[in-house]
Design a protein around this ligand. Structure first.
Ligand code: ATP
Length: 259
């Protein structure tokens, strides 16, 4: 796996002419960066992610992956570079976990050669990374929410993307598996764009954070400059306080309703 650079230039989107849900957003990520997208419910996080994994076509602007326009690539070429882990899960309940993870290899399938052996090695590694070896022959439909989420991450890893897009990857996961997934994602040699609801987690995980509010970009930059009480209060309509945890000295936000 290798990482891609990502340049987002003035992209916006809306379902119809009169309605804009995401107003122009621009930012750049260097290869290997991890961007956290945060914001209140309905702020536009999933919409931005859908544009980045090429599910929605931007109404304006451009998405450049390694300087290539994402919409000038074929769907298959794009799928060889970008993988997504979404909140909606597949309905292939009858497939086994291993079969679901193997679907990640589909964009790389070639009609001429038979890289099946290599594919199996990659699938086995992805299953092991997500600690799913013991569940690989179980039907997907019989898994718990957390196990399904791990299977979805394993499928994305099997895709060997250069850019990994994750929509709330810690949903359904217990705290141990949350930490494991985040550590794994951080350790991957890919560029990552992830939405996260937990601001303290975003601050400790991400190199860069984008705050969206009402479909507009509110702040972008390193967590120490972006996850501040000023931005958080404006984006979430709360009162937040930045405290320093002892003994680590790590900044930590606490929240209350405005008085
Ligand atoms: N196709 C659509 N037509 C009309 N409205 C839409 C459409 N898609 C999304 N929306 C609306 O756009 C807004 C932004 O949605 P989006 O899913 O991007 O928010 P989000 O920040 O991911 O929210 P959440 O934290 O609740 O998942 C929401 O108000 C949503 O209802």
């Amino acid at each position: 796996m290798t990482a891609a650079s990502l340049k987002i230039r003035e992209i916006s989107w809306g379902p119809s002419k009169g309605l804009t849900l995401l107003h122009p957003v621009s930012f750049e990520l260097v290869p290997g960066d991890c961007l956290g997208v945060v914001g209140a419910n309905g702020a536009g996080k999933s919409t931005l992610l859908r544009l980045i994994y090429r599910y929605l076509k931007p109404r304006t602007g451009q998405i450049l992956l390694d300087e290539q326009d994402l919409w000038r690539l074929s769907a298959r070429q794009a799928a060889q570079k970008v993988a997504a882990v979404l909140q909606e899960q597949p309905t292939d309940f009858a497939l086994t976990v291993r079969e679901i993870v193997a679907l990640g290899r589909r964009p790389h399938a070639s009609g001429f050669s038979s890289p099946a052996g290599r594919d199996q090695v990659i699938v086995t590694k992805a299953l092991a990374d997500m600690q799913l070896q013991g569940l690989q022959n179980r039907r997907f439909g019989t898994l718990s929410g957390g196990e399904r989420q791990r299977a979805m991450v394993a499928r994305a890893l099997a895709q060997e993307p250069k850019l990994l897009v994750l929509d709330e990857p810690t949903n359904h996961l217990d705290i141990r598996h949350q930490l494991e997934i985040l550590e794994l994602v951080r350790g991957l040699p890919v560029t990552v764009v992830t939405s996260l609801h937990d601001l303290n987690m975003a601050a400790s995980l991400c190199d860069t954070v984008l705050v969206l509010a009402g479909g507009y970009p509110l702040a972008f930059g390193p967590p120490s400059q972006v996850i501040t009480p000023e931005h958080v209060d404006a984006a979430f309509a709360v009162q937040s306080r930045l405290e320093l945890l002892q003994p680590s000295g790590q900044p930590h936000l606490t929240f209350s309703l405005p008085s």
